[in-house]
Design a protein around this ligand. Structure first.
Ligand code: MG
Length: 162
């Protein structure tokens, strides 16, 4: 019998001056960028943690420590690909992903589909299995004050087999 496993991922990165915004594996035109050890893509990081969490394989910090210089400035799509390989090696397939990105500015509505398509491409999934939603911070809190961009992801996995 195939078993279903659910996982959740959440990530925050600070905004700094100068664009573009690296989000969901694409460059969104903006006058701010996200600051972090890798390419600081909170959406891909949330996806990685949701996948690892569903398979109980730890988290992104264990797999790719931010103290390791080889991850400095690293393209998070490579990290997602590696995390997905771990999940597949543990015997799981991805059923679907559902994601939310919280950014006050720029409005991400026009970029949601491209982010979803890119995530699907990295994971070798049908784009219909990847949902990406965008919300503002309603001008309050770290997102609303344009200090940070936050992303969340829920992943559903199933075990391979009969
Ligand atoms: Mg991160």
């Amino acid at each position: 019998m195939s078993e279903l496993r659910i996982g959740i991922g959440h990530d925050t990165h600070r905004l700094g001056p100068g664009g573009p915004l690296r989000l969901g594996g694409i460059d969104v035109p903006a006058d701010r960028h996200l600051v972090g050890h890798s390419d600081a893509d909170p959406l891909l990081h949330a996806v990685i943690d949701a996948l690892l969490g569903a398979a109980a394989l730890g988290d992104i910090g264990e797999l790719f420590p931010d103290t390791d210089p080889q991850h400095a400035g690293r393209d998070s799509s490579e990290l997602l690909e590696l995390a997905a390989q771990h999940v597949a090696a543990a015997g799981y397939s991805i059923v679907n992903l559902d994601c939310i990105v919280f950014a006050q500015r720029p409005r991400l509505g026009a970029h949601k589909q491209a982010m979803g398509r890119r995530i699907a491409e990295i994971l070798g999934l049908d784009p219909a299995r990847v949902g990406v939603k965008a919300k503002t911070g309603e001008a309050v809190g770290p997102v609303g004050r344009e200090e940070a961009v936050v992303a969340e992801c829920v992943a559903l996995l199933r075990t391979d087999g009969p």
